[in-house]
Design a protein around this ligand. Structure first.
Ligand code: NAD
Length: 352
């Protein structure tokens, strides 16, 4: 029997294909924009300049100051460039950090956004912005934040280092996994989540052994779109809350933290959401926690919180923070069970 559900399709225009970066200028023109500011991190500045050159007279400049966690000071510096150049559109070329900067600008002035993703984080298809001010990270959701056009070009991910490919992929898979038991899930979000998990299960091991495998790169980026769309469509639970706590209070690296935690949070919630997770468990060999742990190990992802310099004393504090503000989760949460889950993740123990 079908559960009752509500469904709203995303209004974003998705363009997918090798060498589709060549169509950015045409999409700017089609949107009726005339002055595109290209955004990137300092690391991808040369790529951003090359893209601005390709866009030609429709480009008005490059801002290459995007950094992790979207600090408000960086957004303010970029806003000044937007005004100085009279930009009517931003083109964010990069991963979640660059996309975050474009979203932060749009949150303030509703500027038209085109994103050309180069990692698997999935931020480009969500109306969610995480930004930091005075060391505090806050999250907002607003229709203005959702980028209007996303141009997925798998050839741009060929240079994504293998280690980052693995952790970025697991970060995306975490969106899909939590989407499977979300209270507000719908048949389409579930289909997308399962297809996204399958795409990564197939592609990440191939990318680890052959980073230049264009078909595998294409499958992984396809998975990133699917998993990111699930994140944008339905609510997340324990896994995302714990990763937010660890990143926010202990400064653990974003994608790597998702990678370490995923098998443990999945195993924990499988006790209460076995039916919802059964098809995902089948994809990973029968047991969702153990299966994901084996998969992470196979692709060389980090396996324990210990590796990020966290101490056992930190785990007590992390467990208290993680249960401070109550939120919905398929399995009830208490300090003791979260502390045990964190211990297992700290030691890198294989869940059942
Ligand atoms: P990132 O954007 O921080 O990129 C990390 C580094 O890798 C940067 O220096 C970047 O320039 C470089 N890089 C990116 N693509 C590359 C490529 N193809 N080849 C070589 N180097 C490349 O990393 P990320 O994991 O994509 O993004 C993490 C951020 O995104 C976090 O701040 C996270 O909170 C945010 N995020 C937000 C959402 C959302 O919906 N709001 C979703 C997922 C992630």
């Amino acid at each position: 029997m079908t559960r009752p559900f509500c469904y709203a399709g995303s209004p974003a225009q998705i363009v997918f294909g090798n060498d589709s970066i060549g169509s950015v200028g045409a999409w700017i023109a089609k949107a009726g924009r005339k002055r595109a500011l290209v955004l990137s991190t300092p690391h991808q500045k040369a790529d951003a300049e090359e893209l601005a050159n390709k866009i030609g007279e429709l480009a008005c400049g490059v801002f290459s100051g995007a950094v992790m966690h979207t600090p408000v000071e960086v957004t303010e510096a970029a806003m000044k460039v937007v005004l100085d150049t009279a930009a009517d559109c931003v083109v964010s070329l990069g991963g979640g950090s660059t996309t975050g900067l474009g979203k932060a600008i749009a949150y303030r002035n509703d500027i038209f956004q085109i994103v050309v993703p180069t990692t698997y984080a999935g931020s480009e298809v969500t109306p969610i912005l995480g930004q930091t001010e005075g060391g505090r990270k806050t999250t907002v959701r607003d229709a203005k934040i959702l980028p209007e056009i996303v141009i997925y070009d798998p050839s741009l991910t060929l240079g994504l280092p293998v280690a980052m490919s693995a952790t970025s992929g697991l970060n995306a898979m975490a969106h899909a996994l939590e989407g499977l038991y979300a209270r507000d899930r719908n048949p389409i979000s579930t289909l997308m989540a399962l297809e996204g998990l399958r795409a990564f299960k197939l592609s990440l091991p191939k990318i680890v052994t052959s980073p230049n495998d264009t078909d595998a790169r294409s499958d992984a980026l396809y998975g990133a779109w699917l998993c990111g769309t699930v994140l944008g469509a339905v609510g997340m639970a324990l896994h995302h809350k714990i990763c937010h706590t660890l990143g926010g209070s202990f400064d653990t690296p974003h994608a790597e933290t998702h990678a370490v935690m995923l098998p443990h949070t999945a195993a924990f919630n499988a006790a209460a959401a076995a039916a919802e997770l059964s098809q995902a468990a089948a994809i990973f060999g029968g047991s969702i926690g153990g299966g994901l742990w084996d998969f992470s190990k196979q692709i060389g992802a980090p396996m324990s919180l210990k590796d990020f310099g966290m101490t056992e004393a930190d785990l007590d504090r992390a467990a208290s923070i993680a249960v401070e503000n109550p939120y919905w989760n398929p399995r009830p949460i208490d300090t003791q069970s979260i502390r045990k889950l964190l211990q297992d993740a700290w030691e890198g123990r294989r869940p059942e």
